[in-house]
Design a protein around this ligand. Sequence first.
Ligand code: HEM
Length: 404
Amino acid sequence: MTLSYDPVDLDFLEDPYPTYAHLRDEDPVHHYAGTDDVPSFWALSRFTDIWDAVRSQKDFSSAQGLTFYPDEIDQLNLPPNLVMLDPPVHTQRRALIGRGFTSRRVTELEDIIRNFARRRLTELGERAADGEDVDLHQEFSSTIPTYVLAELFGLAEEDRHRFGPWVQALTSIQNDGLRIGQLDGKGAVAEMLGYFSEQIKARRSEPADDLIGALVAAEIEGERLTDWDILGFCFVVVAGGSDTTASLISHGIALLTDRPDQRALLLDDPALISNALIEFLRLESSVQGLCRTTIQDVTIRGTTIPAGEKVMMLYGSANRDPREFGDAADQLDVRRDIPRHLAFSSGPHFCIGSHLARLQARVSFEELLALHPDISVDVAGAERHRSPFVRGFVSLPAHGFAPA
Ligand code: HEM
């Protein structure tokens, strides 16, 4: 196996961890020279380097996009959204969004998520009992965030059947590395943005107690969000909040499949699930890496990265750095004390949906382990995304469902 870092090499994407370890030890400020398909960029792999970089607003910008492709923003054909804004505009928009996307709004979803998860798991158990194949990722993990986001946005009952395909199309943008030009679902994306524009307009004339209504109403010292701000936010939430959450659920079961001792701990004490989720995310970070662009020359560990260069923050590597997490950093330990990690990034762009992601995953695991304590997945028979930016499954066969 070669340990040289090629962000689009299929063997690397299947199991990036040995290469990350090599980068951390031998070349923590790596310069990738580029190919005909992939431009040159830099890559940071150690925890403290990435922690400091994403928290530094004077050295690193998000405004040139989050991938190493220079044409990403043009490809998106959208106004700059939250995740691609720099302070001070970012600070002001994020505060306004926080007025609408409150913890109370998220907490209130718990029963709705639980009922949905229980219904789905009962159905899947019945299907497995009838001898049918069940795909955990497609038929359970992915359905949770899709259902929850439709609920959060207040989508009308008759429109809900349209939402799943839109989520899939936007998710594939993430999974294909934001190369919209090559995306099959371009029409679906345009359709979804058109639909949300109408919803925003409707909420402006008639207030509603859903997330879009709350964002329309949000105000700080006379400042409000524009339609474009809200549309950009909806786009990031659907593209960045769906498959990331689904992958967390699927990876958790994949990790427990290999470690019956760790599963036994969770079955014994479900209160450990909240901590276990962070451990799952640490070991298998749904977001493996995203770029920033240097605002000025930046020197890290004696290497100077010139101004204007893309720098990949390898969150998936940072989260397994033994310098931060100890010698057993590669091992699953659901009781591990994790004071800080980078699965949701850190600093100004820290994931604004982390509480919603954790709520969905906690409820999913509580229900999964209660209803189907022996469930396991076949990772060798799974299909994975092939993206240097996100890690997750396309399909993940499951077995071990409890009889109905
Ligand atoms: C396990 C699930 C999730 C993971 C691993 C995750 C990860 C991340 C990461 C790493 C970032 C920082 C991006 C950067 O470095 O530039 C981020 C930002 C963001 N996430 Fe999440 N996310 C998850 C779920 C969600 C959910 C459920 C939502 C919304 C409902 C959401 C909405 C956002 C938004 C809007 C931002 C941009 C924040 C800003 O720029 O200020 N995410 N997320």
